[in-house]
Write a protein that binds this ligand. Structure first.
Ligand code: KG4
Ligand code: ZN
Length: 335
């Protein structure tokens, strides 16, 4: 079975074709960085318009790469939430209409389920059950994953998501959009011993997160050192990154111990962060567990994870009514 996956929830147009026998056949991605850079963040209306421009050519490129015609597709999966409603509508309208004209099923995929299953795009796949630490621009969640579609959210961010905190802090440090990877790059030059930032909500029980205070802490540290030289900016970036990573690792270890699960999946855009990947690896070794990570290109938004999630749902026999529906907000637990 060959499934076309379409991702248009935010600022990336992602398309891929995943085959149940042969794995990933082709993929294409268009990043809207240039569209939004001058505004310092994603402008929803511009995102929708750019998806409209790019989606069809990307689907054509992907089919060509896979040496397939559209008639050879067996299903279409598209992200239907959570995300920017206008952007989601582009993928949903296109995906369901194309499926209807081809007489094949269409499947609405939860964006975070796509992220959660992304490590399954690799050769060595995690086995259910496992703990998933999902860290993206919109979400930070610890999830107990029993099986496909059965998810218990153990904890989540009460305010900014980890990626959002990276992006906002990058802005405070004067870095260009998209801030997360830029801040990570700057942090590599930093001295980790110079500043010590708090690890929010780690000194009380529970698995929820709160990252918005770190942004304020960064701003105050910067104010106290104005005018900041390049080394000070790097030292602050490093201290911020350490605080986020340490907090994520502490809570993930706690989730493993409270559930008794030894298998962990780390996914979502922030999981592309090299220092987070290394810190998680060493915690998992200490806990004698097993860590599964997507390669960096499958950490951030992409069509492959949506194609894979859609394929799994189609193989499980899921069927949907002929309707185009998207959800800006949508809990994984409602799946
Ligand atoms: O999953 P994703 O591509 O989109 C959402 O679903 O939100 O995640 C994007 C987020 C952004 O906040 C971005 O700054 C962050 O992931 N990100 C990173 C890195 N690469 C992407 N944050 C820290 N370090 C990175 N290397
Ligand atoms: Zn995402």
């Amino acid at each position: 079975m060959r499934v076309l996956g379409i991702e248009t929830s935010c600022d990336e147009t992602g398309v891929a074709i995943y085959c149940s026998n042969r794995g990933l056949l082709a993929q294409a991605l268009h990043s809207q960085t240039n569209v939004h850079a001058q505004y310092g963040g994603v402008v929803p209306e511009l995102a929708s318009r750019d998806h409209i421009r790019k989606l069809l050519p990307l689907v054509q490129t992907t089919l060509k790469q896979a040496h397939l015609t559209r008639q050879e597709l067996d299903g279409i999966a598209y992200t239907s939430g959570p995300g920017l409603v206008g952007a989601l509508l582009v993928g949903a309208t296109f995906g369901r209409s194309l499926a209807w004209t081809l007489g094949i099923p269409a499947i609405a995929v939860h964006h975070m389920e796509g992220h959660l299953l992304a490590p399954m795009l690799e050769t060595v796949k995690p086995k259910f059950p496992f703990v998933a630490l999902l860290v993206s621009g919109g979400h930070t969640q610890l999830v107990a994953v029993e099986k496909l579609g059965l998810y218990h959210v153990l904890g989540e961010s009460l305010d900014d998501a980890a990626g959002e905190a990276f992006d906002k802090t990058a802005k405070i440090l004067g870095l260009p959009y998209p801030g997360g990877p830029e801040l990570a790059k700057l942090a590599l030059q930093g001295n980790p011993k110079r500043f010590q930032f708090p690890r929010p909500m780690t000194n009380r029980p529970g698995l929820d997160f709160s990252f918005s205070g770190l942004k304020t802490y960064t701003w105050q540290t910067l104010q106290a050192h104005e005018p900041a030289d390049a080394q000070t900016l790097a030292d602050i970036a490093c201290a911020f990154e350490d605080a986020v990573i340490d907090t994520l690792v502490i809570k993930c270890r706690r989730a493993m111990r409270s559930t008794g699960l030894k298998t962990v999946v780390l996914a979502g855009g922030v999981s592309a962060n090299q220092r987070l990947r290394m810190a998680m690896e060493s915690m998992i070794v200490q806990e004698q567990g097993e860590l599964f990570l997507p390669r960096p290109e499958f950490c951030t938004d992409n069509g492959a994870m949506i194609a894979y999630a859609g394929l799994m749902r189609l193989l499980a026999g899921q069927q949907e009514p002929l309707e185009i529906k998207v959800k800006g907000r949508w809990s994984l637990q409602d799946l």
